[in-house]
Design a protein around this ligand. Sequence first.
Ligand code: SF4
Length: 477
Amino acid sequence: MCGLIGILSREDAASRLIAGCKRLQNRGERSVRVVTFDGNLFHSHGGLKPPSLQFFDFDPRRLPGASGIAHTRYATVGDVDMASLERNIQPVLSDRPGMATCDNGDLVNIRALSRRLKDDGFSFQTQVDAKVIQNTLINHLISAKFYQARGVTGFARILFDCVRRSILEMNGAYSVLCLMEQGLLGFKDRHGIRPLSFAHRLDEKGEIVEWAFASESSVFNYFGDYHGITEVRPGEAVFVSHKIMDKPIQERLVEDREAFCFFEFCYFSRPDSTFKGHYVEVVRQRLGGILAEEFAHLKEDVDMVCGVPGTAITTGLAFAHALGLPYHQAIIKIGEKRSFQETTPDKRKKAIDDKYIFIRHFIEGKCIAIVDDSNVRGLTGQELAARLFSLGAREVRLLYYTPAIIGSCYYGIDTPNEEDLVAHNRSHEDIRGIMGCDGVYYISLDGLIRGLKIPKDQLCLACLTKDYPTDISISGC
Ligand code: SF4
């Protein structure tokens, strides 16, 4: 999971790219980089700080150009020493052709693809999927003699044929942006696992002056009057050029079953984003009502409800409202930290310790229902239960609006070993014991689907069902 933003405009793009990065910090803060193209040269700035710090006091005029892309990184591959993290900052660059590329997601067959590219003469100075994606595409572009293409449509025809060939070879989850001398390209894997949308901005005469791509639609709400927000379809490529600003060239290149990651709604995305016509925060609210239906009997035992900030407050409120229970914000989050972005269990535990404060007044002597988004490794729930008991809670019940997570994610979320998942091969009673609380309650899979209001066969639910949309047996090949 990472954040992408791309702009092709009649005006300099850097200030809006930087603003977009800051609004996609929820998707990654391990590193950030903005790359622009001024019609002659590519310009780049970035580093290992979160976007809000990396670009604090940065003058956007240092990145001239009317087109550009940017990336906020959540690291799931590569080493975590400083030198490796520096090397693995995206977007990655190429000279032949002039291109910058960034992606969100993970390739399942990255090793096989890298080996084949090395056989074809490519070398790798980075460990990130974006470089493999870029080199796969470049390999096809060079074979197709892209440099002989005539006009924008002639170039787009060759480009799309090369993207189609690349999608057919690349197994996994990827939403990609490529900044090229000829324009800006976005495309998605054949299942559309990770999000990517595009929109346009008009001038006062009603003419299109800008196209923008972003991982989350909410980015478009904050810096300009964007229209026509459209999600890139699974296996689709969208190309925009300065020479044809009135409409993008787009084509669904590979058709397959859609498998959009349900977790975008439950945890990853900003509450003000929409996917498939559904507001993330509204989905979270609906899931609170469904939790109340499924666990109505808790009304008899529980004194009060508290949603865990920042994702589960609306869900907790909906749960409390449906059962007629008091709601108190006994847990308050300080700062922007998301503990899943840490790279080791110790760092995750420290991030959890650092990010919450507790209001003893609401806690002492109470039986508390805590509503949270999901229970992956069990760390947050364990910490919260221990802290609530130490502050005098009589009972702690933990409710989750994501069903039990029993399978690893191979598509860009850092849960590589099933043994690390608290629900893997364990009964609810075993999990309750590990969490150190008085009850653990997961929404049902049917309840989740009802809350999402998206057909099950259009979603990736693999970490709940182990029904993976791609072949994962080749993982690590
Ligand atoms: Fe999302 Fe789970 Fe599928 Fe990974 S396995 S893409 S987290 S639904």
